[in-house]
Design a protein around this ligand. Sequence first.
Ligand SMILES: Nc1nc2c(ncn2[C@@H]2O[C@H](COP(=O)(O)OP(=O)(O)O)[C@@H](O)[C@H]2O)c(=O)[nH]1
Ligand SMILES: [Mg+2]
Ligand SMILES: [Zn+2]
Length: 292
Amino acid sequence: MLYRLIAGNKRCFKGLSIEDGKIVSLVPRKTLIYAFGPLFIGDIVKVDQENTIVEVQERQNILIRPRVANLDYAIVVASTCEPDFSSYLLDKFLCYLNFCHIPVIIAFTKIDRLNHSKREEIKKYQEYYESLGFPSFVTSKFDTRTIEPIIDRIQGKTVAFMGQTGAGKSSLINAIDKDFNRRIGEYSKALGRGKHQTKEVIFFQYLGGLIGDTPGFSSLDFSLLKITSRDLSRIYPGYEKYALKCYYNDCMHLSEKECKVKEALEEGRLSKESYDNYLKMLKEIKEGKRNG
Ligand SMILES: Nc1nc2c(ncn2[C@@H]2O[C@H](COP(=O)(O)OP(=O)(O)O)[C@@H](O)[C@H]2O)c(=O)[nH]1
Ligand SMILES: [Mg+2]
Ligand SMILES: [Zn+2]
């Protein structure tokens, strides 16, 4: 039998049967963990008669922090107010997810709290990231019309909401499905602990797909992921297609000749603000600094 792991950690998981949709408790075989390493929420696993996990199917992608596998989308939740919008943080999330080969949707939240000029400012960011190929939406938890385009995108998919604490992840998920809180509660109860102690991803079923809330975190550490400067020059949001055409194939887009990233910056196709974020991240990697 094949199951999708939707909650739990280490020794005890909740698995959703791929065949009949039933949810059961699953325990990994000890030798599997030794041989394979830790299991991830989102893993598709083979289970024997005793509900013991005996095998893990090949993963489409993995995210190390939070630990989750086989995502169709990560929804990056970017707060526009309390905490203020940070293009630096957003760019960093995008680097991280590009690095992990996970497609991204961006949600700029709390738009209802902004005055006209702030709203226009956020719209510019939305248009910019959209132009780089990231489906981007502005949302308010009070306005279902702002949520519907996201619902359209994620139907039947496996998605996880990510972003800093207080960005509005849980609110957005609740706006998508008001039953979410109750279901989180049920899963937590089934796992034998309170929802506030839940540090890992929990998926719940939604319109034929799975939605996961993730614990918030305020910073991302590139050294944890072993992202190098060279990696950054390619995975940086929007840079790859230009990097492929730079004169030097190891161009860092600093002051090399015939750098296509620099050209795109001059022509306004890439954002100067994001380029400054790029320089800051390069520096961070160089200094091996923790957090950002
Ligand atoms: N006005 C407004 N407040 C929001 C919105 N989304 C979230 N919030 C508030 O922002 C705070 C943090 O939201 P929460 O969903 O818990 O963030 P999380 O930590 O990312 O899960 C809460 O006080 C929410 O009520 C929104 O669209 N509009
Ligand atoms: Mg939350
Ligand atoms: Zn270049």
